[in-house]
Design a protein around this ligand. Structure first.
Ligand SMILES: NC(=O)C1=CN([C@@H]2O[C@H](COP(=O)(O)OP(=O)(O)OC[C@H]3O[C@@H](n4cnc5c(N)ncnc54)[C@H](O)[C@@H]3O)[C@@H](O)[C@H]2O)C=CC1
Ligand SMILES: O=C([O-])CC(=O)C(=O)O
Length: 326
């Protein structure tokens, strides 16, 4: 057995965490030979609900759980953390855009960025899930000077997985046979799910589907899937979001085995000429605990236009938080 690693999860009594924590504890994220110490952060009014989660966690008797530390203090929850999954923040309701949450949630990420910087393992790998995830991650990056900017990421894996599933339905294959999907930009309704390089069972997808389906059905379906789930469930996606978080961290830590994944990463030094001070989702491969952007992809005029729109939205979100860093 390996030595335990410390995994911090915020919003630990919320909807996403109710799936996420149990998946991490079972070994789905870091592997069946990796014990974990779970460090679970909540706000004081939710500490009772968190006690219930702890009771259930105990009742699972997971062999890989080497300790559980619940806290309402980020300085305690992030102490020596090797991985941090930042879920805790308000979800949107019907009719809202995720960027409407910036005012309510942005401040959380200055406080938690500082706490991570001061107390976590300096190599800590961070995933921001709470919305608006890209710009919250940018706030965190700017608040956490002791962390490696390459180790702060935001989640677009759910959009990536949604894209694979939509393509599989359309061409009639299994979603696991779909490869080389890319989600560019923001986890928002401007995101660009790009099938230009995608294959399904080894065959190019772009020529197998009609242009009209791609542009007028697939792209809006993926862009608005979160809102469709809120409409159907009366609450935002939780189990699929937890699954995406597990897969994001798993592939980052253990390698994507040559597969392309989508991750929001700091854009500094990116090969596509994107503004260099954004958290932007790119095509990524992971190896040995580090990510690399897949370079050298040709983008046609349609793709360039879609990428520009999502970049501009992220620039506007950055403008909206500029006052926090004056
Ligand atoms: N990036 C993505 O793909 C996705 C992101 N999300 C986002 O994830 C976030 C969480 O969603 P749910 O779990 O469904 O919400 P939820 O409301 O069920 O749970 C959020 C939890 O965070 C806690 N919390 C609030 N402020 C906190 C703080 N400062 N520190 C620690 N905990 C805090 C709350 O007490 C609550 O228990 C939302 O912002 C949602 O929009 C949801 C789905 C996908
Ligand atoms: O749409 C939302 O607010 C929740 C979310 O981020 C998603 O399901 O992609």
């Amino acid at each position: 057995m390996k030595a335990p690693v410390r995994v911090a999860v915020t919003g630990a009594a919320g909807q996403i965490s109710y799936s996420l924590i149990f998946r991490i504890a079972s070994g789905s994220m870091l592997g069946p030979d990796q014990p974990v110490i779970l460090q679970l952060l909540e706000i004081p009014p939710a500490m009772n609900a968190l006690q219930g989660v702890l009771m259930e966690l105990k009742d699972c008797a997971f062999p890989l759980v080497a300790g559980v530390i619940p806290s309402d203090d980020p300085n305690v929850a992030f102490k020596d953390a090797d991985f941090a999954l930042l879920v805790g923040s308000r979800p949107r309701g019907p009719g809202m855009e995720r960027s409407d949450l910036l005012k309510a949630n942005g401040a959380i990420f200055t406080v938690q960025g500082k706490a991570l910087s001061d107390h976590a393992n300096p190599d800590c790998r961070v995933l921001v899930v709470g919305n608006p995830a890209n710009t919250n991650a940018l706030i965190l990056l700017k608040s956490a000077p002791k962390l490696n900017p390459r180790h702060i990421t935001s989640m677009t894996r759910l959009d990536h997985n949604r894209s694979m599933a939509q393509i599989a339905d359309k061409v009639g294959c299994h979603s696991s046979d779909v490869e080389q999907v890319v989600v560019w930009g923001n986890h928002s309704s401007t995101q660009y799910p790009d099938i230009s390089y995608a294959t399904a069972a080894g065959k190019p997808v772009r020529t197998a589907v009609a242009d009209d389906w791609y542009k007028n059905d697939f792209i809006p379906t993926v862009q608005k899937r979160g809102a469709a789930i809120i409409k159907a469930r009366g609450a935002s996606s939780a189990a699929s979001a937890a699954n995406a978080a597990v897969e994001h961290m798993r592939d980052w830590a253990l390698g994507s085995k040559g597969q392309w994944v989508s991750m929001g990463v700091y854009s500094k030094g990116n090969p596509y000429g994107i503004d260099e001070d954004l958290m932007f989702s790119f095509p990524i491969t992971c190896e040995h605990g580090e990510w690399q952007i897949v370079g050298g992809l040709d983008r046609d005029a349609f793709s360039m236009d879609m990428i520009k729109k999502t970049e501009q939205e992220l620039q506007a979100e950055r403008e909206a938080i500029a006052d926090m860093f004056k």
